[in-house]
Design a protein around this ligand. Structure first.
Ligand code: SF4
Ligand code: SF4
Ligand code: SF4
Length: 247
């Protein structure tokens, strides 16, 4: 379980740094950047999320995201799983509309003249004035309240505009059949169907069913390793190459 403690510590540190990093995840600043002909910080961060997901999947969500950390803090208040299914697709609809707006702004706005990672921050810090505080607490409420009302990581499932970048990166890896970080089923015959992996999973992946099928392929998996570390029979493990493309 040491790995899970380290993971939670990283998420808490990331959450504490959120007032600094907020604008580097902003879906609005990229549009301001586009209209001013600037490649801004969130543009670069979103591109890195896509590129890093090719080898590492959604590990950012499991270990580094401040919004993920905020939601995991609410597990003590509401540890139910939100309903999944068609609602998980809301984030893709939101993403397509938003990314179309970003592309349109880059095409119709000023010619790209600069790369400014710190665009519209104050010395690199996001929350540095009263207006930014209002935005900050608005975002905190947007993430926090649904998690309290509807359960574990509901913002990740339904609304996150960053998740699709990582899902696309992971899908690209699968199409190209490249090796990459994933959770592999080492020995499904050792599984005793105790269901602990299902209960440990912060994303509500049906791990037991996936084990029976021999593979975890859910795009909701954030490679947090809670199922790996919680399994009493060591059925699961992190993998890099093996077992990814078996039927
Ligand atoms: S889905 Fe979005 S909010 Fe959730 S952990 Fe990933 S990047 Fe953060
Ligand atoms: S399936 Fe395992 S690694 Fe994936 S999100 Fe669930 S607990 Fe984490
Ligand atoms: S925790 Fe391990 S043994 Fe229990 S159901 Fe999951 S994979 Fe099987």
């Amino acid at each position: 379980m040491k790995r899970q403690k380290l993971r939670k510590l990283l998420l808490i540190i990331s959450l504490l740094l959120f007032p600094v990093t907020l604008y580097y995840f902003s879906p609005a600043l990229i549009i301001n950047g586009a209209l001013n002909g600037i490649i801004n910080g969130s543009f670069i961060v979103f591109m890195l999320m896509f590129l890093m997901a090719i080898p590492f999947g959604r590990v950012f969500c499991g270990y580094l995201c401040p919004a993920g950390g905020l939601q995991e803090c609410t597990f003590a208040v509401n540890d139910k799983y939100p309903k999944q299914g068609w609602k998980n697709r809301i984030k893709y609809v939101v993403w397509i509309v938003w990314i179309a707006a970003v592309i349109a702004c880059y095409i119709l706005g000023a010619n790209i003249t600069a790369v400014d990672f710190f665009f519209e921050t104050t010395g690199g810090i996001s929350v540095a004035n009263v207006q930014s505080y209002i935005i900050y607490y608005g975002i905190i409420l947007l993430i926090f309240v649904p998690a309290v009302l509807f359960g574990k990581r509901v913002f990740c499932h339904y609304f996150c505009w960053m998740a699709p970048f990582m899902v696309l990166g992971t899908k690209l890896r699968r199409v190209l059949r490249l090796p990459g970080l994933h959770i592999k089923v080492k020995d499904k015959s050792a599984c005793i169907a105790c269901g602990k992996c299902d209960r440990e999973c912060p994303m509500g992946v049906k791990v037991t069913e996936a084990v029976a099928q021999g593979q975890i392929r859910s795009m909701e998996c954030i490679q947090c390793g809670a199922c790996v570390d919680g399994c009493p029979r060591k059925v699961l493990a992190y993998g890099w190459r093996d077992g990814m493309y078996e039927k």
